[in-house]
Write a protein that binds this ligand. Sequence first.
Ligand SMILES: Cc1cc2nc3c(=O)[nH]c(=O)nc-3n(C[C@H](O)[C@H](O)[C@H](O)COP(=O)(O)OP(=O)(O)OC[C@H]3O[C@@H](n4cnc5c(N)ncnc54)[C@H](O)[C@@H]3O)c2cc1C
Length: 421
Amino acid sequence: MKPGRRQFLKLGLSASAALFPRIARGQPAARVVVVGGGFAGASCARALRQLDPRIGVTLVEANPTFTACPFSNAVIAGLRELSAQQFGYARVAADGIAVARATATAVDPAARSVTLADGARLPYDRLVLAPGIDIRWGALPGYDEAAAREMPHAWKAGDQTLLLRQQLEAMPDGGLVVISAPANPFRCPPGPYERASLVAHYLKTNKPRSKLIVLDAKDAFSKQRLFQAAWAELYPGLLEWVPLSKGGNVTSVEPATRTLVTDFARHRAAVANVIPPQKAGHIAEAAGVADKTGWCPIDPITFESAREPGIHVIGDAAIAGAMPKSAFAANAQAKVCAAAIAKLLAGVTPSVPKLINTCYSLVAPDYGISIAGVYAPAGGQLADVPGSGGVSPATAPRATRAAEAALAEAWFGTVTGEVFG
Ligand SMILES: Cc1cc2nc3c(=O)[nH]c(=O)nc-3n(C[C@H](O)[C@H](O)[C@H](O)COP(=O)(O)OP(=O)(O)OC[C@H]3O[C@@H](n4cnc5c(N)ncnc54)[C@H](O)[C@@H]3O)c2cc1C
């Protein structure tokens, strides 16, 4: 069956030209379908075309515009506009990639085809799933899609980001803001603490009589010592972190009153940001590549699913061992996966990769910190390469922190330029 004509017409392409850009010069050497046009998927699609222009690549993406999460905490704090987070797919399409604006709803691994929401089917020789995350609705009692309109998660950038910002702006000075952080694993391990920092910055500069409590389902978190030292310096008395062992685990929420309930207390917030438990994007489960954890086990050399041959999973959806779920990691995995697919299609054994990740966080607009790591396959997983990586120094002049904040911004410009520019 042919793919949805409407999706291609929206892009001004005929269905056949869109699906098989090189058809006039012969059939593509192989067909790769990539589902999800984020940091992982769009990057993988482009890398595949660069590695072997004979491969016919189709990128299936549900939205016409991608809204990036990195730096979305700055949008919430009023330091940046959402438009600075948004990117289109024109340059991706200009690489000869058929961009299908559609939601993939099912995968038939035996027939090697992906079904789109309108019923169209895309055949593939290799499939890459890069759907990011979905919220585990219902895993936190009381937290469903309706509750997210009262107590936004803002863990997928877009309307939720703006809703949380608007709630902070509407809150009177002296209000209580509560952020709840989930247990591992979840998208962007330092993200809740960067968010707490920038919300604290907003409160300090705009509503100084207010208070921020972070309720945490963990006792430890990424870059913890650096964050806590900066909080003591920048936001004393304003920001309180409550770990699991001190009653931080949120057991239910009551959206009507914006109340977060723990085993020990009830916190009635003026603004409540609930960062809920997560899982791989729904299509991963539909394709049979997610395990009972909700995430997708992969081969650390090729990112091929451990459950379904011919399907690769990259980015937040994958279980990538020691590698965190970050845009930096998603982009690195995309290139490794593309190289492996190009080799597999050519009948060549893929090389053993080394991958790098760096996560920057802003503690204030001019105060950045980072953590870096290097990863390689070991014992069937991606493991830390001993002696590599590290975090920003525990003590450093403010000029160093400002330089790291500038590096964070530079990284964002580079990665979004590479993926979408
Ligand atoms: C507040 C916050 C701050 C962050 N800060 C940083 C940071 O500073 N640095 C960093 O490296 N990372 C950061 N991250 C993490 C980063 O956003 C993610 O790790 C990254 O987006 C993962 O990329 P991905 O491609 O796997 O998923 P995504 O970027 O979410 O892309 C998935 C895409 O797939 C599409 N999709 C999903 N399902 C389907 C389907 N069935 N059919 C069609 N399309 C589909 C979606 O529309 C989406 O475009 C942050 C995250 C948050 C929440």
